[in-house]
Design a protein around this ligand. Structure first.
Ligand code: SAM
Length: 274
């Protein structure tokens, strides 16, 4: 029997012989919604780039701090694109802990991420999940889920955390982000994080090669500081600007690594639409 046949949480359409980056990231974070191929890629990544799992945790910690920051700024509604498989520190848990009225729409293209988000959300009226591809902004912004949950006349916190590096240059992620920005009212925010090869270039290139060999539908495009900075066009970066994710307002030991390279492997920032 294949892994697929023995487990009942796997949607029929999922090919368990090809890794997905949602599941690989889930494994790096210590989650259980992944298969042998995902674990293999994660282990190859950790071997090629020691600290890969720690980087995933640092990124996840940034996500939590960014959501808390946005809540403190008065944001009550979130559009979390590339939200991933539910795991520790889910956005609606962090946001609704601070404000039980906070509304969250999760969006992901990965069927397992969406199926588990549906299960997790149960009858939470203030949160929902949409299966969609971020490269089609209008289908997300105009979806019935977005229109039910989010008020586009009031500021929205858009989260693009650890996901834009899965969008290749050919799809022009800068223009895509601009289309979302246009749909958001003034006072909205974007929180974004993105893998770079400006730190440990050889190791990142090796990880990229392993993912390519794996035939995953998700392929990694690391980008430079300036390329990531341009994603904030039309937004005003809040302090401390675009920095390594471990350096974005760390509040405790889990937020920042002793090894400075790990803090810098993923650029992170939060910007406000003027
Ligand atoms: N945002 C979460 C976090 O930072 O903890 C999860 C990040 S996970 C590494 C990246 C997620 O982006 C995956 O679940 C993947 O399926 C999703 N993703 C990648 N490309 C996407 C696309 N074009 N549209 C929607 N989701 C996408």
């Amino acid at each position: 029997m294949t892994e697929q046949q023995t487990q009942n949480w796997i949607p029929d359409e999922v090919d368990t012989s090809v890794p997905s980056m949602a599941r690989t990231y889930d494994f790096l974070l210590g989650g259980a919604h992944n298969f042998a191929v995902d674990r293999m890629v994660a282990e190859q990544a950790e071997k090629a780039m020691p600290g890969a799992a720690k980087i995933a945790r640092l990124n996840r910690a940034f996500l939590g701090r960014a959501v808390r920051f946005l809540i403190e700024e008065g944001i009550t509604q979130f559009l979390d694109i590339g939200s991933g498989i539910p795991t520790v520190g889910n956005v609606h848990v962090v946001a609704q802990h601070a404000n039980p009225e906070a509304r969250v729409l999760y969006v992901d293209k990965d069927p397992i991420a969406v199926a588990h988000s549906e299960l997790m959300l149960g009858n939470n009226d203030n949160a929902d999940v949409l299966r969609a591809d971020m490269r089609d902004p209008e289908s997300i912004v105009n979806s019935s889920q977005a229109r039910r949950l989010l008020d586009f006349d009031k500021p929205i916190g858009m989260l693009l955390v650890m996901m834009i590096h899965w969008v290749p240059d050919a799809d022009d992620p800068w223009s895509l982000i601009a289309r979302y920005r246009e749909a958001l009212p003034a006072g909205s925010y974007v929180a974004l994080s993105h893998v770079t090869a400006e730190t440990r270039e050889d190791q990142v290139t090796e990880v990229q090669g392993k993912i390519r060999e794996s035939r995953s539908a998700d392929q990694l495009t690391p980008r430079t500081y300036d390329q990531v900075l341009r994603m904030f066009d039309g937004f005003e970066l809040v302090e401390p600007g675009l920095v390594g994710c471990g350096l974005w307002h760390p509040r405790g030991p889990g937020d920042i690594a002793d090894n400075p390279e790990l803090n810098q492997q993923v650029y992170a920032g939060v910007g406000r639409k003027l």
